[in-house]
Design a protein around this ligand. Structure first.
Ligand SMILES: Cc1cc2nc3c(=O)[nH]c(=O)nc-3n(C[C@H](O)[C@H](O)[C@H](O)COP(=O)(O)OP(=O)(O)OC[C@H]3O[C@@H](n4cnc5c(N)ncnc54)[C@H](O)[C@@H]3O)c2cc1C
Length: 456
């Protein structure tokens, strides 16, 4: 089928978003908070008025912030607990969204207005793609036996993307030598208030023994009820080659047993007692590690019951779309990847969602040109992929370097997080101005970028 007006009527099939494998938006077992900064204006434009004005404040982790930028993230010394630095947002923006609420905002279900609601197909787990012999259509087949035909499939199906697996032989995630245990929990009123006294939203913790931690608010829906606030925190550490091998074996075993350690809780129901034992062992190890930390992380772990359920072990992984072996045939512009499907990256510099939004913004901008007939869909998708591979590939590498440096105390001050904060890209032109050390004492600390104490 040539690119006629009939072709233009065919839908764009967005896998993992408008066609979603889960039964509903609220069915995911694990939720997380996401820092959004330089991509906030892109998000606002994509959501569009009036939906953005009506609902953006409701996507925050905390209704008290009411859509305003949050204070700069604090950087604490993990051993002493001292505040050593702070990381501002980027471009004047710093929001902390709860993933489920952000999805509700985008889907238009966060309020009662009909206008702007997306018609999401739930229970649509993509299994395979078939390309039409007309050279212009693609059919997505789902596990419930149904299928949909469109002019373009956009794989927005996350880090473990099925679409990427269909397109690229070398689609497997690359495991990096770090482990992390995340916990979500609520605490009694006084404890909850005390935890928020460190920072109302988010603190990053860098430990001289080559560990990284974080304490953040996950969901503080009711400002009057501190005991209902949900916190999220983690400790991550570097693995030796032997530990990495052992860890990969453990993760593979847990997968074979039903439910991996890092599946965001989705294997919980099937996994039964095996999973509970693994979870308890992970928590014991994290509690032991936390004894090397000052507050607030030390107390957070100490207060947890030994059988606390919301414990998530995270394998640290990435995939660089700019590598030659990661190229794919987009079948004349009929299929492409966005977000974590295209460029899963490490999370310590908080860039994944921001680049996912940049992908979506670029794709929407380019596809709008299809209507004037000047460019073919093949040319437009090629243009999108060229820009995305360079931009996001750079960030995958930059974030990996950042993760390695944050777990390597002598180099911590040279890490992208401390040298350029959350700024987009490598920030070469901005290194002299970002970020700010808050205390004079910080000048002498390895956590201060001003010291230049470490080799890059
Ligand atoms: C703990 C944590 C903290 C993070 N913090 C930050 C941060 O501070 N800042 C930041 O920018 N980024 C952060 N990130 C990264 C950010 O969450 C991701 O980059 C972002 O969510 C990617 O969005 P996505 O839509 O590409 O993928 P996802 O959010 O993973 O969504 C993929 C969707 O696809 C669906 N799906 C999967 N397979 C199929 C299939 N076969 N068929 C149909 N549907 C399917 C899934 O159910 C899911 O709904 C963090 C990530 C984690 C885990």
């Amino acid at each position: 089928m040539p690119e006629t007006s009939e072709h233009a009527q065919l839908p764009v099939l967005i896998i993992g978003s408008v066609l979603e494998q889960d039964p509903s938006l609220s069915s995911a077992t694990r939720d997380w908070a996401i820092a959004c900064h330089w991509a906030v204006p892109i998000l606002a434009a994509l959501v569009g008025e009036p939906k953005w004005s009506r609902g953006h404040a409701r996507a925050d982790i905390d209704p008290l912030s009411a859509g305003r930028p949050m204070p700069p993230v604090k950087v604490l010394n993990g051993r002493s607990g001292a505040v050593e630095n702070e990381i501002p947002g980027s471009g004047g923006h710093l929001r902390r969204f709860l993933r489920s609420r952000l999805r509700a905002l985008i889907a238009g279900t966060s309020d009662d207005e009909e206008e702007g609601k997306l018609d999401i197909g739930f229970g649509k787990r993509l299994e395979r793609l078939v390309y039409g012999e007309d050279g212009a259509t693609v059919t997505a087949h789902f596990s419930d036996g149904t299928k949909d035909t469109g002019r373009l499939v956009v794989g927005a199906d996350g880090a473990q993307s099925t679409v990427r697996g269909l397109l690229v032989a070398a689609a497997a995630l690359r495991r990096l030598p770090f482990g992390a245990t995340f916990v979500n929990a609520s605490f009694k009123r006084e404890k909850a208030l005390w935890l928020r006294s460190f920072h109302p939203v988010l603190s990053t913790v860098l430990h001289p023994d080559n560990m990284v931690g974080m304490l953040g608010v996950l969901n503080a829906a009711d400002p009057e009820c501190p005991e209902s606030w949900r916190f999220t925190f983690y400790i991550s550490w570097r693995l030796t080659p032997e530990e990495l091998e052992e860890d990969e074996k453990k993760c593979a075993d847990s997968k074979n047993g039903g439910g991996t350690d890092d599946d965001n809780g989705k294997g919980e129901e099937q996994a039964g007692s095996g999973r509970r034992e693994r979870r308890a062992a992970r928590l014991r190890a994290a509690k032991e590690r936390s004894k090397m930390f000052a507050d607030p992380l030390r107390s957070c772990f100490e207060w947890l019951a030994d059988d606390h359920e919301e414990v998530y072990y995270s394998r640290v992984t990435n995939w660089d779309p700019s590598l030659p072996e990661h190229g794919w045939d987009n079948h004349g512009g009929r299929v492409t990847l966005v977000g974590d499907a295209a460029h899963p990256m490490t999370y310590q510099r908080g860039q994944g969602l921001n680049h996912a939004l940049a992908d979506a913004g670029k794709l929407v901008e380019l596809l709008a040109q299809q209507h004037d007939g000047a460019s073919s869909q093949a040319d437009l998708i090629h243009a999108y992929e060229t820009e995305m591979r360079a931009r996001a590939g750079e960030e995958v590498r930059q974030s990996e370097m950042n993760t390695a440096m944050l777990h390597d105390w002598p180099r911590v001050s040279q890490s992208p997080l401390l040298r350029q904060g959350l700024e987009r890209g490598t920030g070469d032109e901005k290194k002299d101005t970002i970020p700010v050390a808050v205390a004079a004492a910080a000048a002498a600390s390895p956590l201060s970028p001003a010291t230049g104490a470490a080799e890059p």
